[in-house]
Design a protein around this ligand. Structure first.
Ligand SMILES: [Zn+2]
Length: 316
């Protein structure tokens, strides 16, 4: 025999709800705890709080925390109520969210596990005997609750990044606040529409208050920012990394052209020197810097001039 009072306590079930039955099925390793609403309880509309009569009830089941490794289900006939204003509405239950098939405590446990795995769904699904979709649903509801609780964000200084997703050629666009280092938005893909999705969520005042948008040199992000942010051209800042890459490419273009000319005259100075011109001088050993590379620079080929321009730009 299973103790109804014990289960009342374990579940935190309080009046007007009472545990009326506990069924154990060893074959499927499941405990079903049946909870009923006190018949004398005066029901009210969940929307307006006015008294509302019960018309019928629907049996619903929620997965709860396991008891002694047995899958545990909370079941209740949830009344449907008739409100004079809101017509037929389902009564809310205190142990679960409206559209969830899990109790709040169970969702809480799944979310704790998800935090521990950095959000990876598959191991949790296996551990908790849930489907991938079920864990994903719990995760999505938690994200929704978190977003609903958010205070207005600091959106003056923005940072836009594209990120690959699941090591395939799937991309997402991530917008974060440069000040708070917080993710504000994640959109599918890396197109203009991806970033538009963030900007349209800002009020005109917020858009006008943006002072800088840091990004890579993506034409799509530039177009989206120009479309939504007033005086965007003065506010877009390209990531140093991307600027450095373009400058490095330019230096190498000069080196290759010059090498061709020098080779024609039998001068092999620039052969195999590509990496010297592209390396960050801060990472170069003293020996490299003041040895072969110093004499190359001193011999003043055109490449040395391009290189000096690149280094000056990086210092800006
Ligand atoms: Zn109502």
């Amino acid at each position: 025999m299973l103790d109804r009072d014990l289960y009342s306590q374990i579940f935190g079930v309080r009046p007007p709800w009472i545990v009326t039955d506990v069924k154990l099925d060893m074959k499927i390793q499941e405990v079903e705890v049946v909870v009923s609403l006190d018949p004398a309880h005066e029901t009210t509309c969940p929307t307006c709080g006015k008294p509302a009569k019960r018309c019928d009830a629907r049996r619903r089941r929620w997965r709860h925390l396991d008891t002694c490794q047995l899958k545990t289900i909370l079941a209740a006939d949830v009344p449907r109520l008739e409100c004079p204003v809101h017509k037929v509405v389902q009564m809310r239950v205190p142990w679960a969210e409206e559209n969830s098939r899990f109790t709040a405590l169970f969702e809480c446990l799944v979310i704790d596990w998800l935090l521990g795995t950095g959000g990876a769904i598959a191991p949790i699904a296996q551990q908790m005997r849930l489907s991938w979709e079920e864990v994903d649903g719990i995760k999505s509801r938690a994200v929704e609750r978190g977003l609903a609780r958010r205070e207005p964000e600091e959106t003056d200084q923005l940072c836009v990044d594209e990120m690959t997703f699941r090591r395939r050629h799937d991309y997402v666009t991530v917008v974060s606040s440069s000040i708070e280092s917080r993710v504000l938005f994640v959109g599918d893909d890396r197109t203009q529409e991806s970033l538009d999705g963030f900007y349209v969520g800002l009020s005109p005042e917020q858009r006008a208050a943006v002072t800088s948008v840091s990004m890579d040199m993506s034409a799509a992000y530039v177009a989206s920012t120009r479309k939504h942010i007033p005086d965007a051209d003065g506010k877009i800042a390209f990531d140093k990394f991307h600027v450095a890459k373009h400058l490095g490419d330019a230096v190498d273009k000069v080196r290759r052209a010059e090498n061709k000319d020098l080779m024609a005259a039998g001068d092999t100075r620039l052969v195999r020197s590509k990496h010297l011109w592209l390396e960050n001088p801060d990472n170069m050993s003293d020996e490299r810097w003041s040895g072969h590379f110093a004499s190359l620079r001193a011999s003043r080929p055109r490449t040395a001039r391009a290189w000096a321009m690149k280094e000056t730009a990086m210092g800006l």
